[in-house]
Design a protein around this ligand. Structure first.
Ligand SMILES: Cc1cc2nc3c(=O)[nH]c(=O)nc-3n(C[C@H](O)[C@H](O)[C@H](O)COP(=O)(O)OP(=O)(O)OC[C@H]3O[C@@H](n4cnc5c(N)ncnc54)[C@H](O)[C@@H]3O)c2cc1C
Length: 452
């Protein structure tokens, strides 16, 4: 069956095409790991799209499916809940390495999550609600978002028998043999106890599934051995003023969104990621957003926007720059190490205004530079550290994870899929626009009639 769908946002796309973009081989699917735009919201949209598309092509959705979802982060939870909602007879086996679900963002009070702010200044990008059919949430501290998603996942799991949702936590070992759809693991089968889980004893098992959905994310962030930086999602005090009156020197290495957010936290007084755009551009920023639109569109198309920002700095950006100048932290001195991993590496600041970060963060980087808030460095990280005798706690490396290397740890027959993974990375064709029509997924949050 070919089913054509048109959304208000994007082009027509078929369920088959959607499935193709996720398929590694046969009934083995991979969500997001090799895509660009790795935000929580986009990952959730991808999970919705895959499950919706599978439900469209399944000739008999009532047939019992044994489905393994690998990864109990936000994507895995969304995929699992979507399956429970659309496939009445599917049994979902959810595997998670940590002892609890959604562990990356749980308890993280120092980071802010917003569904679409990385699309700013596109229309609607400041809207606080993700407005997703399954596991919906609104902007907030990452810890609050995680709590909301876990609560909603619980609502979904309450609707189904224990048998239909098997959760295996504390998975110490897990390998997928893709061609046979087999998973072998050492983990602890968990039983639901309200919103929480009781863990059983560790056991080594293996099982063949009808379908495997890999939602293992992007892996943990990498850093040089000598500068071990805690994950972006761990709490820290970088954004807080020093209490002893001293001035501390830091180096932030990297120029993706994670690095640029930490640069802002270290250089802007009273920085709050949720407020900064309003504080710089006013509480009705629409006219400015309109003026920034063409530059943002070029950024989205992968262009370097340094010259475009420079052209606007004495007009559209003047007010924001003057406002920011008042707010440069007095208790920090910050180097931004932007040499990059490539050879020969970056040699000047404009080099990092290309496709490696969101438009909003590139704009903040530009304004901070104009305010003299940081010193760019292009030499070796070690020389900056040595020059200023920096303790390792003051060296923040934000290089992101290596998704390809992470995937290699999950498959026994990874080499067989290497070409497909390279293709997926090149095509990056998993849509970030919701493909299903409204009302397709059951809304358990609104409906109180629980089966358990
Ligand atoms: C530096 C940085 C900054 C970011 N900033 C933002 C931001 O501001 N806004 C935003 O929306 N997003 C941001 N992201 C992306 C965000 O972290 C992800 O989109 C989000 O975590 C959801 O991803 P996920 O569930 O696909 O992967 P994850 O959250 O990584 O979850 C994957 C899960 O799979 C588990 N797992 C992995 N391997 C195995 C295995 N072999 N067996 C069993 N379980 C396994 C892991 O333990 C984990 O729980 C950022 C990411 C990074 C690295």
């Amino acid at each position: 069956m070919r089913r054509l769908v048109t959304t208000s946002f994007t082009m027509t796309i078929t369920a088959e095409e959607t499935i193709k973009s996720f398929r590694v081989v046969g009934e083995l699917y991979l969500i997001g790991s090799l895509e660009r735009g790795v935000t929580v919201y986009r990952q959730q949209v991808r999970a919705h799209n895959l499950v919706w598309a599978l439900s469209q092509i399944d000739k008999d959705p009532k047939r019992v499916h044994e489905v393994a979802v690998i990864g109990g982060g936000i994507t895995g939870l969304t995929a699992a809940a979507c399956i429970l909602g659309l496939f009445p007879n599917a049994r979902v086996h959810l595997f998670e390495r940590s002892p609890d679900l959604c562990s990356l963002q749980q308890g993280c009070d120092t980071r802010w999550l917003h569904p679409r702010i990385y699309d700013w200044p596109a229309r609607g990008s400041r809207a606080p609600s993700a407005a997703l059919p399954v596991l919906d949430w609104s902007e907030g501290r990452a810890s609050d978002v995680a709590a909301e998603i876990l609560r909603r996942f619980h609502e979904y799991s309450c609707r189904v028998s224990h048998e239909r949702l098997q959760v295996i936590l504390g998975v110490d070992h897990l390998r997928i043999t893709g061609r046979d759809l087999q998973v072998e693991w050492v983990g602890r089968r968990a039983t639901r106890d309200g919103e929480f889980f009781r863990q059983g004893p560790a056991a080594g098992e293996s099982e063949v599934f009808d379908r495997i959905i890999v939602a293992t994310g992007f892996g943990l962030e990498s850093y040089p051995a000598q500068f071990r930086t805690p994950s972006y999602w761990r709490n820290d005090t970088l954004a807080q003023p020093r209490l002893d009156g001293s001035v501390q020197t830091y180096v932030v290495s990297g120029y993706g969104d994670g690095a640029l957010v930490d640069l802002c936290r270290l250089t802007i007084e009273r920085f709050r990621q949720d407020r900064i755009l309003y504080e710089l551009f006013g509480h009705n920023p629409e006219p400015i957003e309109e003026m920034l639109g063409p530059a943002a569109a070029k950024a989205l198309a992968g262009e370097n926007v340094f010259d475009l920002l420079r052209a606007m700095e004495d007009s559209v950006l003047k007010g924001a720059r003057d406002e920011l100048r008042k707010r440069i932290r007095k208790d920090t001195r910050v180097f931004l190490h932007i040499r990059g991993g490539g050879k020969p590496g970056n040699t000047s600041l404009p080099d990092v205004f290309g496709d490696t970060s969101s438009f909003a963060n590139r704009l903040l980087l530009f304004l901070l530079y104009r305010c003299g808030a940081f010193i760019p460095r292009f030499d070796e990280l070690q020389s900056i550290v040595d020059d200023h005798s920096l303790p390792s706690a003051n060296v923040i490396c934000r290089y992101g994870p290596s998704a390809m290397a992470h995937l290699a740890t999950v498959f026994t027959d990874e080499a067989a899929f290497a070409d497909r993974f390279r293709e997926m990375k090149e095509l990056r064709s998993q849509s970030v626009y919701l493909q299903s029509a409204p009302g397709v997924f059951p809304d358990y949050a609104k409906d109180d009639d629980r089966s358990e």
